[in-house]
Design a protein around this ligand. Sequence first.
Ligand code: THG
Length: 369
Amino acid sequence: MKSYSIAKSRRVRSSPYTSRIEKQGVTAYTVYNHMLLPAAFGSIEDSCNHLKKNVQVWDVAAERQVEIIGKDAAKLVQLMTCRDLSKSKIGRCYYCPIIDDQGNLVNDPVILKLAEDRWWISIADSDVIFFAKGLASGNDFKVQIFEPSVDIIAIQGPKSFDLMEKVFGRKIKELKFFGFDFYEFKGVKHLIARSGWSKQGGFEVYVENTQSGLDLYDYFFEIGKEFNLKPGCPNLIERIESGLLSYGNDFDNNDNPFECGFEKYVNLDSDVSFLGKEKLRKIKNEGIKRKLMGVFIDIDKINITKSIDITDDKGVFIGELRSACYSPHFKKAIGIAMINEPYCKASATGTMEIDGKSLAVKVCDLPFI
Ligand code: THG
């Protein structure tokens, strides 16, 4: 396959860590929230194996924050998500589908409650800031909405706990999953959450003091040898095996949260008000007609750049493949597909065509592992 370089510009923003990851051998970027997001450091299979056993430091500055602050901040944040945040606590992260007036998905961020009147929405790849500003303006909410200067470094993998203890001390190991607190590095406090876009365990440092963040980045690699630390990035194979969904790839604004398996984050029975609530109630009562499922594909190399139709044995459309990779764990290709009723159940089968070849597809539940 021919490869191209990416034309950088002000519009395709770099991160504070870009020059570092380029020295460290980044080989592919994607663009996420109008920013460079590393996509590979050489073989993604090797990186996946390394991530499952060791620890990696990732430049995930492209996970941008939308800060909402002011008297009506909590009201606005609640209006945007179908997850009931009325009992939410300061110092906690919440995975929250953002929903529009039609009950469709706008984003699937992690939301951090910094104070009763101050929130960060740590967004996936869509312009939540304009959605928030439109709602605030239309409802005359007393809030300020902006993108703060925050550039996340993720530390992921089973050895992340020992690496982080060495840098921040024993207390960091007491942090609960999706909790956050402030920890000091050389006299500068950093907000650190136990979270990250892998299922291998880890942390995310929300860097506000850029110089200290760069020092921290370098310090990880200074002391990381004993943990076999390597630079990395969100890994396509690991995230598909783990069933971590990607907005824009696996689902988008044409899909609703029930179709995407987000029902546990849809709270229709509480009395909080949010956009699309009645639409979601209707969708729930009528039942969904399709669902995101896992698929095994009978091929050993796959790299898709658009969705691919899946058909039944008569050639009738039954769904579409939206993400895929070769899985070393299963020794075959796996993917995430939106599958119609009645095929959206484990063991259903179909067919797909790639490069003129007809391939057998078998449906399964998510997550794979
Ligand atoms: N970290 C931060 N911001 C982010 C991401 C992140 N913004 C973009 C993107 N990732 C948002 N998408 C997700 C998807 C899944 C999870 C986090 C962000 C996730 N899910 C856990 C799971 O599925 O097991 C836990 C969800 C839960 O609370 O139940 O971690 O990675 N800062």
